[in-house]
Design a protein. Structure first.
Length: 101
């Protein structure tokens, strides 16, 4: 009785095989905001077009998948947690009470 689990079995739990719920909402809100800005502003120059497309670019950058992490947003969260998280760890190992005095 050997069981073989495919390497991409977690992708079945994601929306379109790439996004969890928060990522999908973030990307969708970026798309909707960009569409509203494009309809409201009607950009005539490159600068105004880039400003209108900025929400899509920013949200798209945050949900790009990268190796060893889910996406860029997860990497940014891990970096913030590393730099601002607790640095003083208390020892609670298996030999904590077995020390000789």
């Amino acid at each position: 009785m050997n069981y073989l689990i495919p390497a991409n079995s977690k992708k079945g739990m994601l929306i379109f095989g790439m996004f969890n719920k928060f990522d999908f909402i973030l990307l969708s809100s970026g798309i909707v905001t960009t569409m509203i800005l494009l309809l409201a502003v009607s950009p005539s120059t490159l600068v105004t077009a880039l400003i209108c497309l900025a929400p899509l670019f920013i949200c798209g950058f945050l949900v790009i998948p990268i190796p060893n992490y889910h996406n860029v947003l997860t990497l940014i969260r891990e970096i913030i947690d590393f730099f601002y998280g607790r640095r003083n760890y208390k020892w609670k190992g298996w030999c904590y009470k077995d020390e000789f005095k």
